[in-house]
Ligand binder design. Sequence first.
Ligand SMILES: Cc1cc2nc3c(=O)[nH]c(=O)nc-3n(C[C@H](O)[C@H](O)[C@H](O)COP(=O)(O)OP(=O)(O)OC[C@H]3O[C@@H](n4cnc5c(N)ncnc54)[C@H](O)[C@@H]3O)c2cc1C
Length: 492
Amino acid sequence: MPQNVLVIGAGIGGLTAAALLAKNGDRVTLLEASSELGGCAGKFKRHKFLFPAGATLGMGLESGGIHERVFRFLEKPLPIEPLETVMEMIHPDHSFIFLKDRKQHVDAIISHFPAYESKIRAFYREIYATASIVRTMMDPLPALPPQTAKEWAALAGAIRPIHSKLLPHFNKTLGDRLKRHGLSELTAFRHMLDGLLIDSMQTGSDDVSYLLAAVALDIYHEGAFYVPGGLYRFAELMGDSLKENGGVLKKRRTVTQLARSGKGWTASDHRGNKYEADAVIVNAPIHLLPGMLPPELTRQLKKPLLEGAKGETWTTLTLYIAVDSSKLSQPLPPFRQISTGDGMAEGAHFFMSASLPGDVLRAPAGFQTVTISTHSKAGHWDTQEKYDTARETLSERMLQAIEQQIPGFRDSIVHLETGAPKAWERFTGRPNGFVGGFPQTLDSALFNAISHRSGISGLYVCGDHVFPGGGTIGAAASGIHAARSIASKRLI
Ligand SMILES: Cc1cc2nc3c(=O)[nH]c(=O)nc-3n(C[C@H](O)[C@H](O)[C@H](O)COP(=O)(O)OP(=O)(O)OC[C@H]3O[C@@H](n4cnc5c(N)ncnc54)[C@H](O)[C@@H]3O)c2cc1C
C-alpha cells in the first residue's frame, strides 16, 4: 500500500530517497530549507557565472554505479563526460597524474619511485583485488550495521566465499598495509595517497579503514566524470522525477519540529505549517535531529546516531573564482589537487575544480569557473578574530600555491568570493559548516557506522554522516537504504 512519506532536506541522500519512493508509487513530500536543491552538491549563480557549491567530481555514473542505477530506475539519462585523465596531483617534489587505466596509472606512479617498483606493484595488486571483492557488494548493497532480521538476511545473502578474503582486513588501516608492503617510509608516495584519501575518506592513510581506502583508491578507475553544468544536475533530475511521479517539493521550508502522532509523524516548519506522514526520512544534518525531537524521543535514538549528532567533522574554506581563460597560457584542467607539503588541511592541501572550456552552463565562452576547497578545523573559526584571520590566511595560502603552479592566475581572476564555515551553515544547515561526513576510521566505518534506522519506528536518516559515508555516492546509498526500508523492497 502506498505510504505518505516526508523527506526533510533535498541533499543527494534525501533526493535519492524521495525520487525512488515517488517512482515506487508512494506519496512523497520533500521539504528543503533553502531555495536551492542539492545541499553540498548544489550550486549558486553570480552574474553570468554558475558555481558548484561543493561537489564537482562525478563518480558512480559508470554502468552499475550507484548514481547510474538510480538515474536508470528513474528513466532520467544524464549527459556526462568520462575522464581518462582524472586529475593532477601536485606535490612539492612530484607531480602525479591519476589515470583511469589501472596499469598506466601504476606505471606512471612507479616512474617517480623506480627503486620501489616491485613493492608498489604488489601494493596496487592487493588494493585492486580487494576493491574488486568489495565491489561485488555494490549490487546487493546491504545496509550496515544490520539492525533487523531482514537486514541480517540481506547481508548474509550478499556474502560469497570470496568475501572471506576480506576478513583479515576488517580491523586494518591502510597504514598497516603500507607497512606490510615496505612502503610506509616512502613519504612522497604516502603523501600522494593521503591527498586522495583526505578528499574522499576525510582522513589519511594512518587512520583510514583499509577496506574503504582500497575502494577509494580504486574508484576513479571504475569511472570519473565531468558533468556538464555540474553535479547540481543530479539534484535537478531527481527533483524533476519526484514531481513527475506525483511528489511534492517545497523549497524554503525549514523543519523545526518532529513529533509522533498516532502511528505516524507530524512535522512543523519555520512558518508553522504542519505535515503528516507515515514515515519520515531526515536528510538534514544529523546534528539537528535531537533539537527537532521532543526529549523522550531523542532518548530513543540509537547510541551511534545520538553520539554522532554531537560529533565534529572537518569544516571547510571554499573559494569561488571566475577566470578569463584568455589571460592564461592554457585553460585550467578540470580537476587538480595541490599540496604544499605542510599537511593535508588549512590551505596546505586543496582540491581545485574548473569548468571545462565550452561548458556554457557554467561560464560564457572564454571564461571558466573554479571551486577550490580545503579542509579546516572548526576550532580555527570559533571567534570573530580567528574567523577573519583564518579566512584571509587560508585564502592567501591557496592563491599563492596556485600562482606558483599557474603564473598569471591572479591576473586572470574576474570574480572571487569565499565560502567560509558560516556560509556553509547558512547554505546547507550544517552547524559550523561541518561537511564531508565522519572520517572513515576503524571506529566509525562499516559495522561501526551510523545506521539509516534511527532507532524509532518510522524515522530514518540519510546523508554523508550515515553508512556508508561521504561523497555523493555514500549519501545516495544511505538514501537508497532508507527508501528500501520504507518500501520493504529492493527498488534498485
Ligand atoms: C567542498 C566540498 C567538495 C566536495 N566534492 C565532492 C566531489 O567532488 N564529489 C563527491 O562525490 N562528493 C563531494 N563532496 C561531498 C558531497 O557533496 C556530500 O557528501 C553530499 O553531497 C552530501 O549529501 P547529503 O545527502 O549529506 O546532504 P547535504 O548536502 O547535507 O544536504 C542537506 C540538505 O538539507 C537541507 N536542510 C538542512 N536542514 C534542514 C531543515 N531543518 N529543514 C529542511 N531542510 C533542511 C539543506 O539545506 C540541504 O539542502 C564535497 C563536499 C564539499 C563540502
